[in-house]
Design a protein around this ligand. Sequence first.
Ligand code: PLP
Length: 964
Amino acid sequence: MTITAPHPTTTRPAGDAFADRHIGPDAGAAATMLAAVGLTGLDELVDTAVPADIRQQAPLELPAPRSEAEALAELRRMASRNVLRTQMIGQGFSGTLTPPVILRNVLENPAWYTAYTPYQPEISQGRLEALLNYQTMIADLTGLPVANASLLDEASAVAEAVLLMRRTNKARAEARTVLDANLFPQTLAVVQGRARALGFEVEVADLSAGLPEGEISGIVLQQPGDDGAVVDHAAVVAAAKERGAMVTVAADVLALTLIVPPGEQGADIAVGSTQRFGVPLFFGGPHAAYMAVRKGLERSLPGRLVGVSTDDAGAQAYRLALQTREQHIRREKATSNICTAQALLAVVASMYAVYHGPSGLRAIAERVHAHARTLAGALAGAGVELAAEQFFDTVRARVPGRAEAVVEAAEALGVNLRLVDADSVGVSADEVTTTEHLVAVVTAFGIRDAEAAVTAAAAAARDGAHALSPAVTRSSEYLTHPIFHTVRSETQMMRYLRRLSDRDLALDRTMIPLGSCTMKLNATAEMEAISWPEFAGIHPFAPGHQTAGWRELIDDLEARLCAITGYAGVSIAPNAGSQGEYAGLLAIRQYHLANGAGERTVCLIPASAHGTNAASAVLAGLQVVVVKTAADGTIDAADLDAKLETHRDRLAAIMITYPSTHGVYDADVREVCDKVHAAGGQVYIDGANLNALVGLAQPGRFGGDVSHLNLHKTFCIPHGGGGPGVGPVAVAEHLVPFLPGAAAGESNGRTGTPVTSAPYGSAGVLPISWAYVAMMGGEGLTEATKHALLSANYVAARLDEHFPVLYTGNRGLVAHECILDLRELTARSGVTAEDVAKRLIDYGFHAPTLSFPVAGTLMVEPTESEDLAELDRFVEAMIAIRAEIDQVVAGDFPVEDSPLRRAPHTAVAVAGTQWDRPYSREQAAFPVPSLRQDKYFPPVGRIDGAAGDRTLICSCPAPEAFEN
Ligand SMILES: *Cc1c(COP(=O)(O)O)cnc(C)c1O
């Protein structure tokens, strides 16, 4: 008998459009929802909610939608245009082997990649544990006591370290920062860009020759250096301390398993990338950078810091620590603007360390080091001059006038080397390197009988040739915690990953109705391509003729984002929304400077803005002036006029979010833009809420000069438990010359200040957004926006009588999210918005955004991806919670002993022998019948945050905190 395989479909069968899979409600459900809102059709909804004067007239000019199969075929075609070579370029990016158990069970597992940032710690214990492992790993390897849970990339992490030194070394507040000339060129470029923006002095000097004269705020060293040299920094660190300067060392994590860590040499701060711990090259990112600090600096640490605490039963529990938030809200000391970081990649790196343990990591490092020593021996044996006497993985060879020829010869043999200049070649060994690769490299240098040379050099290396000197050799232990010693077999690893992810609520189990964060579907077909070797295995500094596929995808995505936003140019380089803000504001700043208007440094920011706005403005060297919000949530027109009048001559820009963070389409946005333009300012429209605009209105057409987009919100890149993100910056024609250029490697075609290590930032996750746009097409994207509006208005309409909707626009409609006001209920019952957020966990839900942008409220954004049944499950949970609040009001139980205040309920609490609460165990755990079948028990009960922490849900600060 023959079985005929079904023919692969090349065109989409009717009714199977991807958009129909992406959008939750079908036509029947949509009709039900429209009826609940009191409208007859989606178009009526849009025509009513969105102001007519900003509506886009023509449909989006995008190619016709592709099926999943077609989009994947197209991605395969582009991937095949990239040339995969053995990458021995180094320069901060190394080949690595992602253990398949980690690839599949973390990077490709929705339980990990669809999780939200762990602001609700009770449902985030799994990822918080993984991030705490990461922090422990970094602290051990660097020899410093406190590490954060990741930063965006190595170059920006060094910039953060420089700023940290400048704000904590108060005695040297005005002094310059000195960067060692042996830093990666991309690090130098990004730090110099930051310094220019903030107007402080940096000097690049060869610190191996000693410190330059004069006052110094801090110095930055690199270990190993850009040329590969491992240098004993003890003397220069001591000299710096003697002179009152602080010290940052950018260090390679794998090297730190063998060499003396920065903390033991007296460094204050260590930073670097953890990419080579199992995270693919990804053409430059996303990769988790790290930062560790000495005692006393923890309160100034940028980014997120996981801390250990206890729950209401005294059990150990993890949470984001207070310090992170505190340092963000310190007045006029605006520090970092980091919000989204690189959580998922930090988890991968931490699991790589858990899986290999200290002895496994050391073995990998020794193998890498042995390869480098072998190579050095073979080259030196043939009379080639080397740049450094001791090194870890990188050998820089001097071949006067021949460098290009050597690099070309190596490429012909399948290996990429680093072309340093006409006379020097860099070769970096890594976990992937084999003896065959070394033979190819030695051959490329023109050495005869390369195989014999390598064999002899390997034997010499085994006998100690080119070994590290005792002064730089590490003797201290690391990764001594049991977690780095207990997970060895794949079965154990698989179960550890499953156990942790089971403790968490991610998008694979429930809707995550987070206002401003757009937790929509991350479709499998969108995710699939990111781990293909032809995308994932490309080095960011590979020669352009090897990266045609990547650049085609990036050009095409940028063009599509232009078509969607109505802007003239887009750069996908920024690694998060906050970095897009910084890049966009830098573009504005550079534009004013180019026009001879350097005095324009005032940035107006409405009180309701997301915290990153103000922080980014400060980092771009601008002065924040807050504009009041009127009672109806719109910008206070009188206050805007007054501020424009006062600051007219110094106005740089206004930053507005549209629709506003209140979830409403303000009708006067055009007028606001016109007024600011009339005063000589530029308009920055924060595009995080683009999910309410795509296909309906274009910020580049209704008054914006710049926007950043959040591809990890509107364009389907998953949140990863707090990153990765991609924050493209989109600009009007006159700002195109100021889009961020490449900090190193080949030009990315742009000329503005670089902001990222890699020319294309976190390129590795761009296939996700590309696939989303390609599969939806213009009509599908517009349909998605309409459904996002419908879902929000449906939830608002159904919940309004139970929890009043705070702000509405035309005819009582909201945009894509709505704010539920609990303040009156709180006053009457004592039940807080936080109580409701925690009680939702017992109903199996992730909480909405808590107390942003208005304290005492919940902001709900359901997105277009949730089907009607899921929306109803949420609405019913909220209505049941409202009934419980009424029970408190009626005196059935006191608020302190109510199922709301005692929420969430663990299995231990509910099933213990003791039960002395004035409500039943059934009400505690199974308040609605559907929970009997699908019940999530949080692993810990309510975690008691410190008092000042209680009303904050986002680590990003209020703009007032930045006003001088
Ligand atoms: C999420 C968000 C940002 C910041 O984006 P990140 O990627 O987290 O840095 C900025 N503005 C608004 C309105 C946002 O919702």
